[in-house]
Design a protein around this ligand. Structure first.
Ligand SMILES: Cc1ncc(COP(=O)(O)O)c(C=O)c1O
Length: 367
């Protein structure tokens, strides 16, 4: 691989949009204001002031919240608590590759339901519900990973009604909610749920930084209590140093400035990305996202994205194949993460991708 590779592969921010000064200052405050809390084992439900902060953000009692080491850990705990081998779990098609991996490793019967530009295809979900009741329906409602699409308000309501009628849990996996740079913010399904149909997960990876590894779950207190036992047995408690830093970062308002920085940068990157695709690779089909980190790109039917990945690597550009987010198919799609590439490098990255694509036409890998 070329050593100046431009990588659209990782769903991570570039360093210029991480507030390292704000984090250092928050760390100093954490050790000064609460040295005991920051350095102790703490408890499995997480750093108590941060747990309280999250509870008030979601307007729930603290007993609904468990703070974890990244939301990936929250997902893993939830799956372990609720999913047994053979249980049906519905997910979006395509969906986050690690969710697919976790569920398959647990022996779940994973059913993929098509994703449309306004979210999961509820007609197709209804067909599935006519045959079976899933334990969980996993939904990434805002700026979905990998597609970048957002679930409409009408579909949020419809999913809640279906959950109440059929008795399944909606797992609302929502790390990108605050990274909206156009359009209107939609309410979470958690906030609209009148029963106990929703378990919600989110993360500070996209609003503070991924290395801090702080995420959380919000759900019915009995389930949270059950999961906190799992958490105790897994790691005694999550990382109190990290959580106390996040708490100070939030309390002082640094998080709002951080979100504003990330949103402004990513809005600029999406514009650069769509302009570059239109210029260099007009065959590409996409829907520009209103927020988040990712854009899903479809190449003409019959394009070989496996071959493209290799050709692109040789030319110094990386992405993730669409097929990684599916159980089958996806051969002509790819995910471009624009979060890690500064706007001034995007045109060059897409130019390299287009050159790689054209290099395949002679071998019939591109059409
Ligand atoms: C939909 C979704 N859920 C969960 C995660 C995991 O996030 P965390 O860094 O909080 O573990 C990601 C990360 O990319 C994601 O896209």
């Amino acid at each position: 691989m070329a050593n100046d590779t431009i990588s659209f592969a990782r769903g991570a921010p570039s360093l210029d949009i991480v507030d390292t000064d704000g984090l250092s200052a928050a760390a100093t405050r954490a050790f000064t204001n609460d040295p005991g809390g920051a350095t102790a084992y703490g408890t499995s439900i997480g750093y108590v002031p941060l747990r309280r902060w999250i509870a008030s953000e979601h307007d729930v009692d603290e007993s609904h919240v468990l703070v974890t080491n990244g939301s990936m850990q929250a997902d893993a705990f939830l799956f372990k608590a609720l999913v047994s081998p053979g249980d049906v779990v519905a997910v979006e098609k395509p969906t986050y590759d690690r969710t697919l991996l976790n569920l398959t490793e647990l022996g779940a019967d994973v059913r993929m339901v098509s994703l449309q530009t306004d979210g999961i295809d509820t007609a197709e979900l209804r067909e599935l519900l006519a045959q079976t009741t899933p334990k969980l329906v996993h939904i990434i409602p805002n700026f979905q990973n990998p597609a970048g699409y957002t679930l409409s308000l009408a579909k949020r309501k419809e999913l809640l009604a279906l959950a109440a009628e059929h008795g399944f849990t909606v797992f609302e996996d929502d790390p990108y909610r605050y990274i909206r740079f156009s359009g209107e913010t939609l309410p979470t399904m958690l906030s609209m749920d009148e029963g106990e149909s929703v378990v919600y997960a989110s993360s500070y990876s996209k609003t503070v930084c991924p290395g801090i590894r702080v995420g959380y779950l919000v759900g019915p207190p009995a389930l949270i209590a059950q999961i906190s036992k799992l958490a105790t047995n897994t790691y005694i408690s999550p990382n109190m140093v990290a959580q106390s830093i996040v708490y100070e970062f939030c309390k002082e308002g640094a998080i709002d400035r951080s979100i504003a920085t990330v949103k402004a940068a990513l809005a600029e990157r999406v514009e650069a990305l769509t302009a570059a695709l239109d210029r260099h690779l007009p065959e590409a089909r996409y829907t520009p996202p209103e927020g988040g980190y990712f854009m899903w790109v479809q190449l003409p039917e019959g394009s070989d994205v496996d071959a493209l990945l290799h050709a692109a690597k040789e030319r110094g550009v990386a992405f993730v194949k669409g097929s990684d987010f599916l159980l089958e198919g996806g051969g002509n799609a790819l995910r471009l993460a624009y979060s890690g590439v500064t706007a001034d490098r995007i045109d060059e990255g897409i130019k390299r991708l287009a050159t790689a694509y054209r290099s395949l036409s002679s071998t019939a890998a591109a059409v």
